[in-house]
Design a protein around this ligand. Structure first.
Ligand code: AMP
Length: 167
């Protein structure tokens, strides 16, 4: 999606996995949490996002993947955007039934240590408790769009393109 639209993409999960792989101080701090399927502390995530979007290549827009994941992160990010004189164009929520989601994750073959059934269940619980309220937050500000995430990659891509404010 990011490469087709030529918009820089930031996946917070990917940044954290790389930090763990590189055995940086950040990686060591968050390794246990991530491997148990729990969230990294809000302050840490917000710091990574703020540092990244401050880079010049992010000055014309960006796609954030997996952020914000808690109400605290959302409120802090709202403030960051305000300070930058920017506004969120879209908060995209891609819906997949739980059983299908579990099967996809189990079979995606990325070798992630949090892709076991036990950890996936923890992650789904964390989603319900911490992330579901974020959807409500952005629904209230009018930027939430939901798309059906079932079917082929091409179908889902098409639905996402049509959910964009300008397409
Ligand atoms: P993901 O690659 O988006 O599935 O994220 C993998 C893991 O990285 C999550 O289970 C969390 O441990 C951590 N993580 C990624 N993004 C966030 C975030 N916005 N807030 C807290 N933890 C995060």
């Amino acid at each position: 999606m990011a490469s087709q639209l030529e918009i820089p993409h930031l996946s917070t999960g990917k940044v954290f996995r790389q930090a763990i792989c590189d055995r940086t101080a950040l990686g060591k701090r968050i390794e246990k949490l991530m491997e148990s399927g729990l969230l990294v502390p809000d302050e840490t995530v917000v710091e990574v996002v703020e540092e990244t979007i401050a880079k010049p290549q992010y000055s014309n827009g960006y796609i954030l993947d997996g952020f914000p994941r808690t109400l605290k992160q959302a409120r802090s990010f709202d403030q960051t955007l305000k300070n930058r004189g920017e506004a969120l164009d879209l908060f995209l929520s891609i819906h997949v039934p739980e059983q299908e989601l579990i099967q996809r994750i189990l079979h995606r073959g990325e070798g992630r240590s949090d892709d076991t059934l036990e950890k996936i269940k923890v992650r789904l619980q964390v989603y319900e408790k911490e992330t579901a309220p974020v959807l409500e937050h952005y629904k209230n500000s009018g930027v939430l769009r939901s798309v059906d995430g079932t079917g082929s990659v091409d179908d889902i891509f098409d639905r996402i393109i049509h959910a964009l404010p300008v397409h």
